[in-house]
Design a binder for this molecule. Structure first.
Ligand code: PLP
Length: 421
């Protein structure tokens, strides 16, 4: 299934197009088989994710650190490393660079040199799913796609629905019935058709595949189209520039489908190939919840592919993904980087969220809390040292999730005991 050629006037011949288009082809992440750019693609013939390849040699001659530093701090500043043939097809809802915040008081509590968090909750729709979906929907627009369908645990569906609205593309979204209410309502608010399904995210994915024939929609599932990785890759590009063109010692990433981990690993390779960083790499740590840890199990068992996790359960819904089509890409990156995979309990996740909000004024989402819980666990186990620079990912705004009620009531008509306040 290598896709069909579209006579879409928006897709220019790569040989004649503008100077910011460097895509050469797409490649199966497992077998390396090549596929033509400028066409609609799903998975490779081997049923695995496709990776976009660029003419990095030409790019090396054409760009420098200054090229990127001179542009506004948005995801679109990396356009030479992004897949749009015609840059005017980009969708924009304000994809600004997200800050890297020092968790000063948390670092002091843990007696470590420094602890950083990249706060992705500030992106459109409140999660880093915006990075992947802005790219997937921009490419869908460029390739002439008019209808998409997708399974989601919440955030991806919201981002897809928002960018589909901006593109004038119809969106149909399937979510497990335990998906947070706010996500379901947000998806509907953007005009998408949203279904609650009595199953897990992979069951929802099967519905997307099953409806393809009769509904004529494009399957936008995680890693089943090539461009979400390219969008998520910008996290790696951005953090390197923000740290002064260097990588941190270790990155803790809450891993569901693994798009971001795979994308960042690809970003570092591309940055090295174009001469903007050297061969140094951060250790990549895949963080999962104890109630859904297929990557951790595969990592520990030395497997390259992960078996489906039965009965997944965790409050961190973004990483409640029992099976990932890019499992080998996640595990390869973790191993090559000399990193590890680690699981944490829901109780530890909740404690981490509460502690950072109280100590540092940053409200992490549960998945972000999982990265801190994993960091603390790894620190105790000696897997990371107190002198290493660790970067955590907070992937969504904490205010999209149910919060513990710590409030008290006050009756303004009764005498007030000010000593108790
Ligand atoms: C989707 C999601 C994740 C997992 O990201 P992947 O790159 O798909 O592994 C983590 N946290 C949140 C909040 C998410 O929405």
């Amino acid at each position: 299934m290598s896709g069909r050629l579209l006579n879409n006037p928006n897709v220019k011949n790569p040989m004649t197009t503008a100077r910011d288009y460097f895509v050469t082809h797409l490649e199966c992440g497992l077998t390396g088989t090549c596929y033509e750019a400028g066409k609609i693609h799903g998975l490779s013939e081997a049923g695995r994710p496709l990776l976009v390849r660029y003419d990095l040699h030409a790019l090396r001659a054409g760009v420098s650190r200054d090229t990127f530093a001179a542009r506004p701090a948005s995801l679109w500043k990396w356009r030479e490393l992004l897949p749009l043939a015609d840059f005017s097809n980009r969708l924009e809802l304000g994809e600004e660079a997200t800050p890297i915040l020092p968790l000063t008081r948390t670092a002091a509590r843990l007696s470590v040199r420094s602890l950083l968090v990249k706060d992705e909750g500030r992106l459109p729709t409140g999660s880093f799913k915006a990075r992947g979906l802005v790219m997937a929907l921009s490419m869908a627009k460029e390739l002439g796609i008019t209808k998409i369908a997708m399974p989601t645990n919440g955030n991806a569906g919201a981002a897809a629905a928002a960018y589909a609205a901006a593109a004038g593309i119809k969106a149909v979204i399937f979510a497990p019935e335990e998906t947070p209410e706010i996500n379901i309502r947000e998806i509907a608010a953007y005009g998408a058709r949203v279904y609650r399904v009595n199953g897990q995210i992979d069951d929802c994915g099967k519905l997307v595949a099953a409806g393809k024939e009769t509904q004529g929609w494009f399957d936008l599932s995680t890693l089943k189209e090539p461009y979400r990785i390219e969008g998520k890759k910008t996290m790696g590009l951005e953090l390197v520039e923000q740290l002064g063109w260097r990588v941190p010692d270790v990155i803790f990433y809450p891993t569901g489908g693994g798009t971001g981990l795979i994308g960042m690993w690809k970003a570092f390779d591309e940055l090295e190939a174009i001469g903007l960083i050297g061969p140094e790499r951060p250790r990549m740590v895949a963080v999962q919840a104890e109630g859904c840890a297929p990557m951790v199990r595969a990592f520990q068992q030395g497997e390259r592919h992960a078996v489906r996790w039965d009965d997944p359960a965790t409050i961190a819904s973004g990483i409640r993904v029992p099976q990932a089509v890019g499992d080998f890409l996640i595990l390869d990156a973790v191993r090559k980087s000399n990193g590890f995979a680690i699981a944490v309990s829901d109780a530890a996740i909740q404690d981490a969220v509460d502690a950072v909000a109280r100590d540092d004024g940053t409200l992490l989402c549960p998945e972000g809390g999982a990265t801190l819980a994993a960091y603390e666990k790894a620190l105790r186990a000696g897997l990371v040292g107190p002198g290493e620079e660790a970067l955590l990912f907070n992937c969504a705004t904490g205010i999209k999730y149910p919060l513990t009620d710590h409030s008290r009531r006050l009756d303004r008509y009764e005498p007030i005991d000010w000593a108790m306040i």
